[in-house]
Design a protein around this ligand. Structure first.
Ligand SMILES: Cc1cc2nc3c(=O)[nH]c(=O)nc-3n(C[C@H](O)[C@H](O)[C@H](O)COP(=O)(O)O)c2cc1C
Length: 348
């Protein structure tokens, strides 16, 4: 009998699949639907207080090749609903959902508000609190979100204050828009965080309308740098998870471009004990998770593993230095041979 259950920051989950923080965890109906569909947990859409404001429209953009989505952009901010609404929402969720849930929060540039929000969600039954130090648009202009996540000293200070104030586990959501993500993760660990979620969206521009010379998404003729998600960011997420795994003891929830159960396994093999999906749930809904569970079980059986825990981190020590690769590389192929082989992989 294959065991899909996992522990993440002390929370017991029936499987490693979590709906990450975003529009598909933005109200109780969606959260209850996700859990009923079989997801192990959810990270609730980021809740705030002083920084809540209306998001611009349109706030989404897509980059496709043929029919396939390469990348997705959002200019969405944290929830537009005030705390009074979330007070009601969290009660409804608590009464309908038995799985532990993680609640994402974002305060302003003052850490007192982060502390207040963390206590507020703890009092309302959150199993863990996720600190959104990763949102790359809108919030950094106001010295919060990814602004905090780009400075190890701020990550340390804000995390430490929250850890001191609450009894529930604290998870830090990392931004990939940094020079060295290990330094940020180490600051979170030193401050007492139990885990990290890696990664938030990658700063980018989804495209330009060349007929009108307008960058996208087109907000009345203008745009700003947004958050890129989807398949294009998976390699960035995998590297981030691997770096956190090898530089800290933190538990990791992997996220970024997980569109398939295999993507989740890749994240787990590099060190994630749970994996999150957001963009794919926006496109496909929640029901595919049962299929992912089934596929994961047959993969584990085929490979002779008894538990999903057997996968965690098994590939991480195989990411090493270039110098080491120079020693173990076997055959020297020409650049042209390599290009031919890549062409074969792309075109079959
Ligand atoms: C429309 C949208 C809204 C998001 N809102 C939040 C948010 O409120 N808080 C947060 O921590 N991350 C937010 N994210 C980031 C996701 O949680 C996730 O880190 C990122 O999208 C990468 O995963 P994916 O490729 O599976 O979408 C959002 C992502 C999208 C696409």
């Amino acid at each position: 009998m294959i065991d899909l259950s996992v522990e993440f920051v002390g929370l017991s989950l029936p499987n490693p699949f979590i709906v990450g923080s975003g529009p598909t965890t933005g109200n109780p109906e969606k959260i209850i639907k996700a859990i009923k569909a079989g997801w192990g947990s959810v990270v609730v859409k980021t809740i705030g207080d002083s920084i809540v404001r209306k998001a611009v429209r349109p706030m989404y953009g897509v980059f496709k090749r043929g029919r396939d989505l390469v990348a997705f952009e959002n200019l969405e901010l944290i929830t537009e609903d005030p705390l009074e609404a979330w007070d009601k929402y969290l009660k409804v969720i608590k009464s309908e959902v038995k799985n532990p849930i993680i609640v994402s929060i974002m305060g302003g540039s003052d850490y007192d508000e982060w502390v207040k929000l963390a206590r507020w969600v703890e009092e309302r039954g959150a199993g863990a609190v996720e600190l959104n130090f990763g949102c790359p648009h809108g919030e950094p202009e106001r010295k919060t979100g990814a602004f905090i996540g780009q400075h190890p000293d701020l990550v340390f200070q804000y995390t430490k204050e929250v850890v001191r104030a609450v009894g529930i586990p604290v998870v830090v959501k990392l931004t990939p828009n940094v020079t060295d993500i290990s330094e940020i993760a180490k600051a979170a660990e030193l401050a007492g965080a139990k885990g990290v979620t890696a990664i938030n969206t990658v700063n980018g521009v989804i495209g330009v309308d060349i007929e009108r010379g307008t960058p996208l998404p087109d907000v009345n003729g203008y745009t700003t740098y947004g958050g890129i998600s989807g398949p294009a960011i998976k390699p960035i997420g995998l590297a981030a998870v691997s770096k956190v795994r090898t530089s800290t003891q933190l538990e990791i929830s992997g996220v970024g471009g997980i569109f398939d159960w295999r993507d989740g396994v890749e994240y787990m093999m590099l060190g994630a004990s749970t994996v999150q999906s957001v963009t794919y749930t926006m496109i496909k809904g929640f029901d595919f998770v049962r299929e992912w569970e089934k596929e994961l079980v047959s993969f584990l059986e085929r490979k002779g593993y008894s538990s999903v825990r057997d996968l965690i981190g098994i590939a991480s020590s195989k990411i090493t230095s270039y110098e080491f690769l120079e020693k173990v590389t076997k055959r020297r192929t020409s650049v042209d041979e390599e290009i031919t082989s890549v062409r074969g992989e792309v075109y079959g």
